[in-house]
Design a protein around this ligand. Structure first.
Ligand code: CP
Ligand code: NVA
Length: 314
């Protein structure tokens, strides 16, 4: 693509319109079926991966994704740049965007990513912040679509059981925008942010998605085709871990809870998982688990995001 086009970032799922998300899904399907057709699209370009937190899927899939598209990537761990400590984020953004063709950032504070994006002359992708995880939610939509069929999305009910965290925030925005039924159950003290819920409800009014909130896992999963969970203690919250875990008693996704879901229900988890906490070992290894297909799809959807933001494809 030409470098003069209006630049797009993916800082929040709400940066994308419904049509753009639909386009990304189609592009990801084509990429998955014919990866060879895109093998040189990003030739000569290097993606910067700037991570303040550990990562397995996000780091590896964007690294591999860049090579599969003919480009390269460069990883910076927590000690390498020290955004905002060794140097101001806006200075790093201006300097690195004169060498590198795009960025994936994983940060503690969401505003580090928004600030970086404001000063970067190249596309910035949110690879997880304390507020959101849009690449994950887009992959999850892709996985649900692949499993249940794009034409059946409006018949699928997705239930999230767990913490009102970054992953839930992005799922709410993506599924509300795309018109799926979405219900979630969190403990009272761990609800998603009110501003995100408000935004999701507004999107749902337009798309006719149905969002329901409760504090009862059994209620959330009733009749659901997808039961989704994530860790109770996110990266950066380790100190609150012991206290937080107590609040989630009764929120484990296990066989008993799944009995109340639809008969053909699938289980999803963005990973990493803590077996015996938010999910039982049995369910993780069981035949209803879509978890490893979901993880595998991070590569395909990551590549679609790269192509969309870094070339004229979009
Ligand atoms: N799901 C996910 O983002 O995994 P990583 O933390 O390993 O990147
Ligand atoms: N909520 C988790 C997601 C990890 C991919 C965290 O932020 O640690």
């Amino acid at each position: 693509g030409s470098d003069c086009e209006a630049m797009k970032h993916l800082v929040s799922a709400s940066d994308l319109t419904r049509d753009e998300i639909a386009f990304l899904m189609e592009l990801a399907s084509r990429l998955k079926a014919h990866p060879e057709a895109y093998a040189d699209r990003l030739e000569g370009r290097t993606l910067g991966l700037i991570f303040e937190k550990p990562s397995t899927r996000t780091w590896a899939s964007f690294h591999a994704g860049m090579s599969e598209l003919g480009g390269d990537s460069l990883y910076f761990g927590p000690q390498d740049i020290a955004l905002g400590k060794r140097e101001e984020t806006r200075d790093v953004a201006r300097v690195l965007s004169s060498y590198l063709a795009g960025f994936v950032l994983r940060t503690f504070a969401h505003r580090t990513i928004t600030e970086f994006a404001r000063y970067s002359r190249r596309p910035v992708i949110n690879g997880l912040s304390d507020l959101s995880h849009p690449c994950q939610a887009l992959t999850d939509l892709f996985t649900v679509r692949e499993h249940w069929g794009a034409e059946n999305l409006r018949k699928v009910k997705v239930a999230f059981v767990g913490d009102g965290n970054n992953v839930l925030h992005s799922l709410l925005l993506v599924f509300a925008k795309m018109g799926l039924a979405f219900s979630y159950a969190t403990p009272k003290a761990h609800e998603p942010k009110a501003s995100v819920v408000r935004k999701a409800r507004e999107l749902a009014r337009r798309s006719k998605a149905k969002i329901t909130a409760s504090h009862t896992p059994r209620e959330a999963v009733r009749g659901a085709q997808v039961v989704y969970t994530d860790v109770w203690v996110s990266m950066g919250e380790e100190k609150e871990g012991p206290v937080k875990k107590k609040a989630f008693r009764g929120f484990q996704v296990n066989r008993k809870l799944l009995r109340g879901a639809a008969r053909e229900a699938c289980v999803m988890h963005c990973l990493p998982a803590h077996r015996g906490e938010e999910i039982s070992d049995e369910v993780m290894e069981g035949k209803h688990s879509l978890i490893f297909e979901q993880a595998a799809n991070r590569l395909t959807v990551g590549k679609a995001i790269l192509l969309y933001l870094m070339t004229s494809l979009g």
